[in-house]
Design a protein around this ligand. Structure first.
Ligand SMILES: Cc1cc2nc3c(=O)[nH]c(=O)nc-3n(C[C@H](O)[C@H](O)[C@H](O)COP(=O)(O)OP(=O)(O)OC[C@H]3O[C@@H](n4cnc5c(N)ncnc54)[C@H](O)[C@@H]3O)c2cc1C
Length: 369
């Protein structure tokens, strides 16, 4: 391919998921200069920002990682406020503690109290939905699900209003350094960028820069189901171990079903090749049936769920936090390519931590080049 000119830009953002779009808008609001957002597909938010459980984390999910639980709670209100039109407000969130759980009901309630997450004992009618021999306690919590399509539309509108027009079908690749800038090829163009923000999530180390932090990738299967009428309007999470969650999945008018044991299909570490031929996006179910069968042990009505299909995508997990289930951010600047920052937020609302880290880093060296 021949490139006529090399365009100088202040920030090149690679990846049009929730993170790449949010960073582009954040930098624009700070008058960062010339900003380009490059996305390899033809639309925004088609990968993990779409294929996920759609849970707006309220802190309940991390009773063994107090920092993550507290951060989730801190950002919960902000996320609800920012995306209020893209959330399901009419569901009741249930957290049940299994008899073999890694946390006891008392520990769970204590962590919720510590982080200020509302929690109440479930009424008898809700308790009766569960098998009492397998479940120790049932609580009502405050959590919501988001509609990824509605969020993507909102981001599109905001990017457009800010004069930021993403470059679609533009697979980016870092090709070298020139005059203190990083040279990137994307969509038939060549850019010399002061800053490059690598927001490619599952493909974080595929751009030509080394990512030092160890990552584990796993292909995840999210079953899409239609639960029976008596479970409609409930989001259910059984804690803390090899159990299941079922939440509304508003973007497809269905419910998701995930299971700690059956959702991971195959995994590989940084440096290892990804297995070939992985399904990505909506496809034929692999373990959805097994998920329904196991979930039905705890919640018998689940057995009457209809399986509609499954969504698949690659999940990226930082090795450093696998044992306590924490979900911090990765914000790593390359040693070989100064100004190239690889970013991984393990959940949607971690974006606020990323924006804070970004502001700090940019302030340290405002005129990088
Ligand atoms: C199974 C699963 C369940 C999850 N459940 C939840 C949940 O319930 N709640 C929650 O908050 N979080 C959840 N997460 C995490 C959440 O989905 C991610 O943290 C978030 O979506 C990451 O957003 P992103 O923008 O970094 O990545 P993505 O949305 O994956 O975006 C990366 C983009 O980069 C593009 N790209 C890749 N390579 C290139 C290239 N070379 N050039 C140009 N573009 C490129 C891709 O096409 C893609 O659009 C879940 C994740 C998974 C996988």
């Amino acid at each position: 391919m021949t490139f006529r000119t090399t365009e100088k830009v202040d920030a090149l953002i690679i990846g049009g998921g929730y993170y790449g779009c949010s960073i582009a808008l954040h930098l624009k609001a700070r008058d960062f200069g010339r900003i380009v957002l490059a996305e390899q597909s033809g639309r925004l938010m088609t990968r993990s920002s779409f294929v996920n459980q759609a849970r707006v984390h309220g802190g309940y999910h991390y009773p063994r990682a107090l920092d993550t639980a507290a951060a989730s709670r801190r950002y919960f209100e902000r996320f609800l406020h920012e995306h209020r039109d893209a959330l399901t407000w009419n569901t009741q969130s249930i957290y049940a503690i299994a008899a073999g759980s890694k946390v006891s009901p008392r520990q769970f309630a204590r962590v919720c109290a510590e982080i200020g997450a509302p929690l109440a004992a479930a009424p008898r009618a809700v308790e009766r939905m569960f098998d009492p021999t397998l479940i120790d306690a049932v609580f009502l919590a405050e959590e919501y699900a988001f509609d990824a399509i509605a969020i993507a539309r909102g981001l599109e509108r905001r990017l457009d209003a800010a004069g930021l027009h993403p470059l679609f079908n533009a697979t980016a690749r870092i090709v070298g350094r020139e005059g203190g800038r990083t040279v990137v090829e994307a969509g038939g163009n060549r850019y010399a960028a002061r800053w490059v923000f690598n927001c490619t999530y599952a493909e974080l180390d595929g751009l030509g820069v080394k990512v030092r932090s160890g990552l584990r990738r796993e292909l995840a299967e999210i079953a899409l189901i239609r639960p029976p009428a008596e479970l409609d309007g409930y989001s259910v999470t059984v804690m803390d171990g090899p159990y299941f969650s079922s939440l509304p999945f508003p973007a497809m008018g269905a419910y998701s079903l995930t299971h700690v044991r059956f959702t991971p299909v195959v995994s590989w570490l940084s440096g290892e090749p990804a297995p070939a031929g992985l399904p990505i996006g909506f496809d034929r179910p692999m373990s959805a049936g097994a998920m329904v069968i196991d979930a039905s042990r705890y919640m018998p009505a689940m057995s009457r769920s209809a399986i509609l299909g499954s969504l698949f995508d690659v999940k990226a997990v930082m090795l450093a936090r696998e044992t306590d289930d924490g979900r911090p951010i990765l914000f790593e600047e390359s040693r070989d390519f100064p100004g190239v920052v690889s970013i991984l937020g393990s959940k949607i609302d971690n974006v606020y931590d990323v924006l804070e880290a970004l502001d700090k880093r940019v302030e340290q060296r405002p005129a990088y080049a």
